[in-house]
Design a protein around this ligand. Structure first.
Ligand SMILES: *Cc1c(COP(=O)(O)O)cnc(C)c1O
Length: 364
């Protein structure tokens, strides 16, 4: 059977291996598997969230509140924006999909960093758009601007801090770039790890409110999957001027967020203390990774997130190292498909990190 031709150049996205798969493939006991592959919060979510979800567990027969009043008002308060400047997605992934389907088109161009989140390309190719990439591993705004001028892209993606590298972009540099971009180009600022960047260095923190007050062509993305520890609930959001949000609503399916997920995300915002404690621990543990890399003479990219990217020496193939770790029940992300001889490791709990150091020590 022939399918939409646009699909031919798409490689199926390979998410971090689930624990269940490693149990089946390697016969390893479920409890001894450590997953440091998808940048989840190792402490999970606030206990208040679990309580709240348990309390509404009997409400599963009715469709969810499609106006999402509770979550929207909590997010509006958090960011100081209006409800009509917000859209909620099943993960920010879904908001990326909405934005591309609403704005990109066959023959249009989508500009992104050389190494960045894989879903931008996948969604852009679905609509037949052409992908333009910078050359540098980091987001360099001069390069983005030169390519912008040359190609006049429909959409520009800026991922800060960037996944899978962990490096961040100075907020001022980003704003200076956007100021030079024509208002018909949609600039999507993916802030999936913004909570971590804000904690580490305020110069790297993007304020969505300021951004959308200044610019009518910017969409900021946030998620509950990382710092808020709700990856399994699939909730993300987009913040933009209402004219952009309205366009995104036209491609949104109804009831895209479940009742339990809406409740979980709303209550998660009531316990910022929990999140900040997790982030503080994250950066303490990250110092151990830096120390390890330094002792081993391995390069590590300065990270503004909850993961570290270890750039391995040429003779140690990252695919091989990741495979060896997997056999021992340690799941990390091999970055060879991104053109990097590197592994990306999510910062775990102190015990999980101990295990990582123990296993990797003999391999590098
Ligand atoms: C994890 C991630 C997302 C999407 O996460 P969701 O779970 O879909 O909200 C988006 N962008 C980047 C850069 C990410 O790392």
């Amino acid at each position: 059977m022939k399918f939409n031709q646009a699909l031919e150049s798409i490689k199926i996205y390979e998410a971090g291996k689930p624990i269940e798969l490693v149990v089946r493939e390697y016969g390893i006991d479920k409890d001894s598997i450590v997953k440091l592959a998808s940048n989840e919060n190792p402490f999970g979510c606030s206990p208040k969230v679990k309580e709240a979800v348990r309390a509404i567990i009997d409400n599963m027969s009715l469709y969810p509140d499609d106006s999402m009043v509770k979550l929207k008002s909590a997010l509006s308060n958090k960011y100081g924006i209006k409800s009509n400047e917000l859209i909620i997605g099943a993960g920010s992934d879904q908001v990326i999909e909405f934005a591309i389907h609403a704005k990109a088109h066959h023959g249009g161009k989508v500009l992104m960093n050389s190494v960045t989140f894989a879903m931008y390309e996948i969604y852009a190719k679905q609509v037949g758009a052409e992908i333009i990439r910078t050359a540098s591993r980091e987001h360099k705004m001069e390069e983005f601007y030169a390519l912008y001028q040359e190609h006049k892209p429909t959409i520009v993606f800026l991922c800060t801090p960037n996944n899978p590298t962990g490096d961040g972009l100075l907020a001022q540099e980003m704003v200076d770039f956007i100021a030079k971009v024509d208002s018909d180009t949609l600039v999507i600022v993916d802030g999936a790890y913004m909570e971590y960047a804000r904690f580490k260095n305020p110069d790297y923190a993007i304020e969505p409110k300021e951004l959308i007050e200044k610019f009518d062509n910017v969409l900021f993305l946030g998620t509950f999957s990382k710092a808020y520890g709700l990856g399994g609930m699939r909730v993300g959001y987009g913040i933009a001027q209402s004219s952009i949000i309205e366009a995104l609503y036209k491609v949104r399916p109804p009831f895209n967020i479940t009742t339990l997920s809406l409740e979980a995300a709303s209550v998660a915002l009531e316990d910022e203390t929990f999140v900040q404690e997790c982030i503080a621990d994250n950066f303490m543990q990250m110092d151990r990774y830096k120390g390890f890399a330094h002792a081993k003479g391995i390069d590590v990219i300065e990270s503004y997130t909850n993961f570290v990217t270890l750039l391995l020496p040429e003779e140690k193939k990252s695919s091989k190292i990741a495979q060896e770790l997997l056999k021992k029940g340690m799941i990390v992300r091999d970055l060879s498909s991104y053109g990097l001889n590197a592994i990306r490791v999510t910062i775990g709990t102190s015990v999980q990190n101990d295990r990582f150091f123990e296993l990797i020590d003999t391999l590098v």
